[in-house]
Design a protein around this ligand. Structure first.
Ligand code: HEC
Length: 142
C-alpha cells in the first residue's frame, strides 16, 4: 500500500497540469460556422439606407424640399402631391399612388419606372434594403 500515495500524487499533479493548459478549442477558420439567418428588414435598417437619400430629401413633417420633395407621408400618398415642389413632367404624368409596389419599382430603378424623372439616382439594388427603406418611410409618415 506504499505505492498508493505516489500514484495519487501523480494523478493530482497531472490534474494540476491539465488545469494550467489552455482550454481545448475548436479550430477557428475565421468563417462563421453556420449561415447567418436571413434578417427581416426593419424600419431601423431603413434609416441607414435613407442616408443615400438625405442629400436630396427630408422626411420630417413639414421638412423643407431640397433637390427632391419632402417625403413625409409619401407612402400611400398620390404621386407628385407636394404642392410646393416643382416636379418633372414625367412625374406629374405618372399618376397613381405611392403604394409599396410603386415605391419598390421606383426605388429599384427610378429612370426605368418613371422615364424622364429628374431624380438623378441610380436606384437601390438590394430588395431587402428597399423593403427596409419603405418601412422607414412609412414609419415617418405617422
Ligand atoms: C440626387 C438627388 C436625389 C436623390 C439622391 C434621391 N432623390 Fe428622390 N427625388 C429627387 C427628385 C429631383 C425628385 C422629383 C422627381 C421628378 O419630379 O421627376 C424625387 C422624387 C422622389 C419621390 C417621389 C415623391 C413624390 O412626391 O411623388 C420619392 C418617393 C423619392 N424621390 C424617394 C427617394 C428615396 C427613398 C431616395 C433614396 C434611396 C431618393 N429619393 C434619392 C431627387 C433625389
Amino acid at each position: 500500500m506504499r505505492i498508493a500515495p505516489v500514484l495519487l500524487a501523480g494523478v493530482l499533479t497531472l490534474a494540476g497540469c491539465g488545469k494550467s493548459e489552455p482550454p481545448a478549442e475548436a479550430p477557428t477558420t475565421g468563417e462563421p460556422t453556420a449561415e447567418a439567418p436571413a434578417v427581416a428588414p426593419t424600419a431601423a435598417m431603413g434609416e441607414q439606407v435613407f442616408r443615400r437619400c438625405v442629400a436630396c430629401h427630408t422626411v420630417d413633417k413639414g421638412g423643407a424640399n431640397g433637390i427632391g420633395p419632402n417625403l413625409h407621408g409619401v407612402v400611400g400618398a398620390a404621386v407628385a402631391s407636394k404642392p410646393d415642389f416643382s416636379y418633372s413632367g414625367a412625374m406629374k404624368a405618372k399618376g397613381g399612388i405611392w403604394d409599396e409596389a410603386a415605391l419598390d419599382a421606383y426605388l429599384k430603378a427610378p429612370m426605368k419606372a418613371v422615364p424622364g424623372t429628374r431624380m438623378a439616382f441610380a436606384g437601390v439594388i438590394d430588395a431587402a434594403d428597399r423593403k427596409a427603406l419603405i418601412l422607414y418611410l412609412e414609419a415617418q409618415s405617422k
